[in-house]
Design a protein around this ligand. Structure first.
Ligand code: EPZ
Length: 422
């Protein structure tokens, strides 16, 4: 149970490289189950979520190796078709083995994930997609039992779902006939999965749009795929430059993956432009201007940057409004930011009103989920005095060596190893 200790007030200057997106790697790992050939994923970050997905694949019988940033998966000896509760409850993306297992082996037994710190997060739409493909779904003792070979059909998602679209795609690529996925999620990580599936021999049209057409093929083969850059990691470091009035070159960050975040940051007063294979983010010399954001599906403002953006708004001049449209309970960071001197009021469960204050002060705070942890670290970088962030195992799920990357750019930040925590 490590903690992060930050002494705030240092301006960050330097170079940070972001790796492939965690939220792309996890489904790509599941997709490797669709072929007996080796799938090689490149630019993979070293994260605990990747290790959990590795455990799931090894449990199923796959061979997995991870050296440097190259992950190799060979699923030529799958001898189990279940994802147990112990692994799915640790990380809900484990549920995404459902689609590929059903697609290739026509059977799966996957634990229902249950709720988590940001909302109830049901999987009803994943199951609806499987049923539309003619897969028989039964729920028994907390597990989804899925049987039958998928057959092409229309899948209409009433609300967009990233994971649901990915599961549907992975079940449809080896199905008999044609599947049409309507109102599909078009997040870059979904697009990356679709592209990788095509590299493996799948026939998918409409990639990057909300209507995907999948013509089922007999089998898929291996590939070597470089993972799409992590737009959320990039946005987090862009906020770090802004909140410390510094300047960062964020390599492997691309504007087309994060336009809405960049618009909001520039409106607040940051200067952001492309350079070489990345972006330069320059903080402002004066106080930033307040702004309003509403989280939406891609290309709208991502829910995964909402908490980090709120940390920045805490110090802006004027009143900002944050409306969270994707998850019903994603404001757990608010009370922790308030402990650091922020002036934030919740209006119902979906809106936060942030009145900017001139200075935050360091405090002991507790992370509740991955992006909330990042927001607390960002607030700590700007706060006066010492901030101690506990429960940072959340941070290790999604940020590869965050404190080292920040320290190299001038942050006074360290990880404190603690044996046990209350
Ligand atoms: C993915 O979660 C990401 N997770 C999340 O990132 C991200 O916040 C989210 O997409 C939205 O962009 C991974 O990629 C591992 P959804 P996912 O299905 O697929 C509701 C992070 O910090 N819903 O698009 O689970 C759901 O409750 C994480 O990296 C249903 O009601 O998100 C939510 O309100 C957190 N029924 C909304 O839809 C369903 O069957 C969108 O969820 C499925 C979803």
């Amino acid at each position: 149970m490590d903690r992060i200790r930050i002494v705030g007030g240092k301006s960050l200057n330097g170079h940070i490289r972001v790796k492939g997106a965690k939220n792309a790697v996890l489904p790509l790992m599941a997709a490797a189950l669709l072929t007996e050939d080796e799938v090689v994923l490149r630019d993979v970050p070293n994260l605990s979520d990747i290790r959990t997905m590795t455990d799931v694949l090894i449990h199923l019988g796959a061979e997995v190796s991870f050296e440097g940033d190259v992950l190799r998966i060979k699923a030529n000896n799958i001898n189990k078709f279940d994802a147990p509760y112990e692994l799915v409850s640790k990380m809900r993306a484990s549920f995404w083995v459902l689609g590929p297992l059903v697609g290739r082996f026509h059977q799966a037994k996957v634990s229902l994930p249950g709720g988590c710190a940001i909302g109830t997060r049901p999987v009803d739409r994943h199951l609806y997609a499987m049923e539309q493909l003619g897969v028989n779904i039964d729920i028994q003792n907390g597990y989804v039992l899925a049987t039958g070979k998928p057959k092409g059909n229309k899948i209409y998602f009433q609300i967009k779902t990233v994971g649901g679209t990915m599961n549907a795609l992975m079940a449809a690529v080896l199905a008999d006939g044609t599947t049409e996925i309507i109102n599909a999620a078009a997040e870059p990580e979904v697009t990356d999965l679709a592209r990788c599936l095509v590299e493996m021999g799948a026939d998918i049209k409409g990639i990057g749009t909300q209507r995907l057409i999948v013509n089922g093929v007999e089998s898929l083969h291996g590939t070597s795929h470089t993972v799409v850059p992590d737009r959320i990691e990039a946005a987090t470091y862009a906020v770090a430059a802004g909140i410390t009035q510094g300047q960062l070159y964020i390599e492997n960050a691309h504007l087309y993956l994060m336009e809405d975040v960049v618009f909001s940051l520039c409106y607040m007063g940051l200067d952001i432009f492309e350079k070489d294979n990345g972006i330069i983010v320059k903080g402002a010399d004066c106080r930033l201007k307040a702004t309003d954001i509403t989280t939406e599906e891609f290309p709208g403002f991502p829910t995964d940057v909402q908490a980090q953006m709120m940390a920045l708004m805490c110090l802006a001049e004027g009143t900002s409004t944050v409306t969270e449209n994707i998850f019903e309970n994603r404001f757990m960071h608010v009370q922790e930011l308030v402990r650091m001197g922020a002036d934030i009021r919740l209006q119902g469960s979906r809106t936060a009103i942030v009145r900017g204050v001139p200075q935050l002060s360091g405090a002991q705070v507790m992370a509740s989920d991955l992006r909330a942890s990042a927001a607390l670290v960002l607030a700590g970088l700007a706060a006066k005095g010492e901030t101690l962030v506990s429960r940072i195992y959340h941070l290790d799920r999604g940020y590869d060596h965050m404190e080292e990357k920040l320290r190299v750019c001038g942050a006074d930040i360290e990880r404190i190893k603690i044996k046990s925590e209350e």
